[in-house]
Each structure stands twice: as structure tokens, then as C-alpha cells.
Design a protein around this ligand. Structure first.
Ligand code: NAD
Length: 433
């Protein structure tokens, strides 16, 4: 099939590369000319495991192309995915300006029947809005389909190639059948392709992300109460995970969720519920709990060092919002490091992949260490912010030698408290004695 993907970000590039991988002819469009130039040279603008390989190989086989010219891409394609950003607007809603701008341009470039796919996460009712927006600009026939994306950054290629399910929202059988054909190669292991109306499909994505964000905030509150009573959240987590109704996934406490999806999608569902005069109380609390949890390590530091960190050096391990990505959008590291700087601390940070992204947030205000141990040089304390695998089994002797004082605040519970204390560290984590 001939496909166009508009927006070559974390989602669009994966979608384009994976459809090319199954033999389709894909053209990826982005308005960012620098990004397109880079992609044409076989360079990937983001860090996503496994992505570079399939982009390169499909580009070399002439199944994956890159352009800034949307009109050409649309004219050549039967199916057009819109995968542009939908950031939070000032009122908390998902800002649809990029989606609607892309839709208008697609409509103006049409030369026959096309399936337009909303791949971006968009509020309920957006397929109808895109349809109305496009209808003003073209007389050609088209169908707008909602096809929310459930991939996880850090495992995006795998998630796309082997999805748990594919959701297709369509009020038109012809378009739904084209989408089923397109996704068939990814669902050979039995993952269902679920066809439904567009409104329900749009709601699926928000329901999934809101549920996951709720689980995180819930476990963070359980952890905080465990701390108050000397209970161990690890033991509590393992015990409740055996309950089949609960299950083991997504029960790890920490210092709050981040990324480009959970914070924005929780805000958006609260807002589009409020637009219908419904106050989504649980999700309002989920957000408030998350904001408080992002301050958790600062509160612990204040208790340990007092309110000022003047003259202190704080090492930070991990900057991205989670491991295996360089994305720092809404990352807990951002308010945390700003808090350290406000308290007068010198910050030495290390992240295996997010160094360049971090420079956009902090410029010259912090030191970017060459490796994890370099970050520890002369440090009064170490904060574990992102649970990259390479932090899990460090050389504790080397750490202790590098640091001024062996103090660790672990926001991701990656160490065994007894073990690290055995090496002579003062150690504090989330929800464990
Ligand atoms: P992103 O910011 O990484 O990428 C968006 C891209 O779209 C950018 O490269 C931008 O230059 C381009 N763009 C914007 N307007 C354009 C236009 N008119 N024409 C051409 N290109 C244009 O965003 P992302 O993280 O890939 O997210 C995209 C959408 O997918 C969002 O709605 C997001 O909520 C959703 N989503 C994201 C994830 C994720 O893990 N990141 C997962 C599922 C769904």
C-alpha cells in the first residue's frame, strides 16, 4: 500500500518505518526541514532502541522516503496518517492546531479517495472535527479513521510490530477494511483488531493512559504511607501483585510519572469531561499526587541537609523521563534539578542518552558528566532519578571513593537497602524503611 505519515516524531517515525518493514511504500513528512535532512542521511533525530536499523534498511530498499512537501506525499498515497504533536494548551485541553493544520493541507492536496488516520492522541470528537475541517477544503471523497497508538517509548518498535491489540475507529466499512489489511501482518500472533465507532476509539487511548497514570499515583501514595508507618512497599507490592484482579505490572512506586503522554492526556480528559460539566475527580487527584511526588526527593534532601544546599554538590543519575529514551518532556528530573539549583547546589548529572536534550533545559547551569562515576566526583549526595539498567549494579567501592559523603537518595528503589547500607552508604528510597 502507498502510505504517507505526517509528523516524524517518536510516533510518526516508528509508524512509518514499521509499515515500510512490512513491504508498504511509505513517505514520511515533517515540516522541520533539519529533521528531514538528517533522516535522509540515515541519522535518527531521537534515541529509540532498534529504530535506526529499520529506518536505514527500509530507506536503503527505497520503501521509506522523507520529505517536507506534504502535497506530493498526499497525492501519491491511499492512506495518510496524521502523527503530529498534540501538546497541552493553556486551558489543559489537547491543542489541535497541528492536527487541523495538517488536515487542511491534506484536503487541499487531494486527488481522489483517501483514508485519513488520526494517529495522534486526540480528544473524543476529533475525527468528526477533522472531517468537517477537511470537507470545507475539498470535494474529493475521504474517510477519517481514528487509530490510537499504544506504543511505549523505549520499546516502541517492538510494541508496534507486536501490538497487544489494534484499535480502529471508523464509521465507514471501506476505510475500516483498508485499515484491517494494513495491520494484518502485525496481528498474526492473535492480537485482536478491534473495530468500533470513532468516539469510542478516541476514548480508548485516554482511558488506557488515565488508568496507568492512576496506578502510578495510587502506588506512590501507598509508598508514602508505608514510609510513615515503617512498612515496606516492596513487600506490599509483591503481595498485592499475586491477586489476579490486580496483577504485577505498573505497581512500582517512584518520583512521579512524566513523558509527553500521561501528564498531557490526564489533563486533556479532565478538560474534555469538564467541557460537558463533568468533574473527573479521580484524575484531578492523580495529577495533584503526581505533582507532589515529583517534589519527594527534594523534601527528603531538605530534611537531610536543611533548606540550603549552598556549597553542596549533588550528583544526579538519569535525566530522561524513563529508561531507554532520551525524551525529557515533563521528566521528574526537570523540577528536581531546578529545585536543587534554587537551593544553591552545584549539580553534576549523567544520563546515557539524554545529555543533548538536557542541554535544552539547563544550558550551562549544570555539569554534564562523561559517565556515572564522573558525576559523583566530590558529591555530597547522589539522586537516582531514572532507573537505567547500567545504574543497577554499580561498583559501590568506586562510588564511595568518588563522593565526598556517601549519601544516596534513590527515587526508583533500584538498590537493596541492606546491601547498600552494608557498603557504608546513608540510603533513602521510596516507601521502604
Ligand atoms: P513529536 O513532537 O515527537 O513529533 C511530532 C512531529 O510532528 C514533529 O517532528 C513536528 O515537526 C511534526 N509536525 C507538526 N506539525 C506538522 C505539520 N503540519 N506537518 C508536518 N509535520 C508536522 O510527537 P510524538 O511524541 O511523536 O507524538 C505525536 C502524537 O502521538 C501525540 O498526539 C502523542 O500524544 C501521540 N502519542 C505519543 C506516544 C509517545 O510515546 N510519544 C505514544 C502514543 C501516542
Amino acid at each position: 500500500m502507498k502510505i504517507a505519515v505526517i509528523g516524524t516524531g517518536y510516533v510518526g517515525l516508528v509508524v512509518g518505518a514499521c509499515f515500510a518493514e512490512t513491504g508498504n511504500d511509505v513517505v514520511c513528512v515533517d515540516k522541520d526541514a533539519a529533521k528531514v535532512r538528517m533522516l535522509k542521511r540515515g541519522k535518527i533525530p531521537i534515541y529509540e532502541p532498534g529504530l535506526e536499523e529499520i529506518v536505514r534498511s527500509n530507506h536503503a530498499k527505497h520503501r521509506l522516503h522523507f520529505t517536507t512537501t506534504l502535497a506530493d506525499a498526499v497525492r501519491k498515497s491511499e492512506v495518510i496518517f496524521i502523527a503530529v504533536g498534540t501538546p497541552t494548551a493553556e486551558d489543559g485541553s489537547a491543542d489541535l492546531q497541528h492536527v487541523l493544520a495538517a488536515a487542511r493541507e491534506v484536503a487541499r492536496s487531494m486527488n481522489g479517495y483517501k483514508v485519513i488516520v488520526d494517529k495522534s492522541t486526540v480528544p473524543v470528537g476529533t475525527a468528526a472535527l477533522v472531517t468537517a475541517t477537511m470537507a470545507k477544503e475539498t470535494t474529493h471523497a475521504f474517510s477519517v479513521v481514528s487509530n490510537p497508538e499504544f506504543l511505549k517509548q523505549g520499546a516502541a518498535v517492538d510494541d508496534f510490530l507486536k501490538p497487544d491489540r489494534v484499535v480502529i475507529g471508523s464509521d465507514d466499512k471501506r476505510a475500516a477494511d483498508i485499515m484491517i489489511d494494513l495491520y494484518r501482518p502485525f496481528t498474526r500472533t492473535g492480537a485482536p483488531i478491534m473495530v468500533m465507532d470513532t468516539a469510542s476509539a478516541e476514548m480508548c487511548k485516554y482511558a488506557a493512559n488515565a488508568m496507568l497514570a492512576t496506578r502510578i499515583s495510587f502506588m506512590n501514595e501507598i509508598a508514602n504511607v508505608c514510609e510513615l508507618y515503617g512498612a515496606d512497599v516492596d513487600k506490599v507490592r509483591q503481595a498485592i501483585a499475586t491477586d489476579k484482579r490486580i496483577g504485577p505490572a505498573f505497581l512500582f512506586p517512584g518520583i512521579g510519572y512524566g513523558g509527553s503522554c500521561f501528564p498531557k492526556d490526564v489533563k486533556a480528559i479532565v478538560k474534555f469531561s469538564a467541557d460537558k460539566k463533568y468533574s473527573f475527580r479521580i484524575l484531578e487527584a492523580v495529577e495533584a499526587v503526581n505533582a507532589r511526588q515529583k517534589q519527594r526527593l527534594l523534601t527528603k534532601l531538605d530534611k537531610h541537609f536543611g533548606k540550603s544546599l549552598k556549597g553542596k554538590t549533588i550528583a544526579v543519575w538519569g535525566l530522561s523521563f524513563k529508561p531507554r529514551t532520551d525524551d525529557m518532556r515533563e521528566a521528574p528530573a526537570v523540577p528536581l534539578i531546578n529545585g536543587l539549583l534554587e537551593r544553591g547546589a552545584k549539580v553534576r548529572a549523567f544520563d546515557p542518552e539524554a545529555r543533548d536534550m538536557a542541554k535544552m533545559f539547563f544550558g550551562k547551569k549544570i555539569h554534564y558528566a562523561a559517565n556515572a562515576y564522573d558525576a559523583l566526583t566530590g558529591a555530597d549526595a547522589l539522586l537516582i532519578v531514572t532507573e537505567w539498567n547500567e545504574f543497577r549494579e554499580p561498583d559501590f567501592f568506586r562510588m564511595k571513593r568518588a563522593m565526598k559523603t556517601p549519601v544516596v537518595f534513590d527515587g526508583r528503589n533500584i538498590y537493596d537497602p541492606e546491601q547498600i547500607r552494608g557498603f557504608g552508604f546513608t540510603y533513602s528510597s521510596i516507601g521502604r524503611p
